[in-house]
Design a protein around this ligand. Structure first.
Ligand SMILES: NC(=O)c1ccc[n+]([C@@H]2O[C@H](COP(=O)([O-])OP(=O)(O)OC[C@H]3O[C@@H](n4cnc5c(N)ncnc54)[C@H](O)[C@@H]3O)[C@@H](O)[C@H]2O)c1
Length: 247
């Protein structure tokens, strides 16, 4: 049997890059997608804007051209925007919904036939967030989109059940990536406090354990969800949030 094939979005940085590295190490064929074509070791790269239908269609078409199959889709591309609701730019709301919710939907729609044909069962594993389960102030677009992607995962799990396709949402707390580093500065502005206080009093406040998650921790969980036992998590949030949602 040829190697299983995956699409991973947002793969130029942070969690996406770690997921690509882990899948490649595990013998997968991988197409990594990002705004600019990512330079990935052992994987194919594609530059595409995943806030567009064309970008998502291209990701699926190019994966099928390269590999002739798609066994796994990891929608992971995203960004954060922090502002009080009355100042929240409507254009940022639209962009957050487009990348965090509509892109996963389009990737599922366009790859569904290939996932159905995957010999070991297709897997759809978006990187959602603890913010799929709990809210924080000033993050209306992000929190709404992440709650939405969990709804998408539940729906796809039900639709895919008879076709061997499983869907699970990985829900990390704060991970040490450029996305979090940028939030420290933005939160300092929104709360009117220093960056040091943001790390202590905002970023790590929700974590029961006061340490950041590493991108490789998230990649390990994605890799586990691709194993036979991973199928049992279908329709579920796979929470890895340092105790955040235990409260
Ligand atoms: N870092 C965290 O603490 C954390 C926690 C929970 C969930 N997440 C989620 O994990 C995912 C990855 O986050 P990260 O922390 O690795 O961020 P990151 O900023 O390091 O990487 C995100 C990548 O997505 C790409 N991207 C953004 N918009 C795109 C578009 N329109 N088209 C194509 N690519 C686009 C960016 O270019 C970037 O390379 C996101 O969905 C994020 O919401 C992150």
């Amino acid at each position: 049997m040829s190697e299983r094939a995956a699409i991973v979005t947002g793969s130029a940085s942070g969690i996406g890059r770690a997921v690509v590295d882990r899948l490649v190490a595990d013998g997968w064929q991988v197409l990594g997608v990002d705004l600019e074509e990512p330079d990935l070791k052992g994987a194919e790269g594609l530059g595409a804007d995943l806030t567009t239908r064309e970008g998502n269609k291209a990701a699926v078409d190019i994966a099928l051209q390269h590999f002739g199959r798609i066994d796994l889709v990891v929608p992971n591309a995203g960004f954060q925007y922090v502002a009080p609701v009355e100042e929240f730019p409507e254009e940022r709301w639209d962009a957050l919904l487009a990348i965090l919710l509509t892109s996963p939907f389009l990737l599922a729609k366009y790859s569904w036939e290939a996932l159905r044909a995957a010999p070991e069962g297709g897997r759809f594993i978006p990187v959602a967030s603890a913010h799929a389960l709990a809210a924080s102030p000033y993050k209306a677009g992000y929190v709404s989109a992440k709650h939405g992607v969990l709804g998408l995962v539940k729906t796809l799990a039900l639709e895919g059940a008879t076709d061997g396709i499983t869907a699970a949402a990985v829900c990390p707390g704060y991970v040490r990536t450029p996305l979090v580093e940028k939030q420290i500065a933005d939160q300092a502005k929104a709360h009117g406090i220093s960056e040091d206080r943001v790390i202590e009093e905002v970023i790590l406040t929700p974590h029961a354990r006061k340490d950041l998650i590493e991108p490789s921790d998230v990649a390990d969980v994605v890799a586990f969800l691709t194993t036979p036992a991973g199928r049992t998590f279908t329709g579920a949030p796979v929470t890895m949030d340092m105790g955040w949602t235990a409260r």
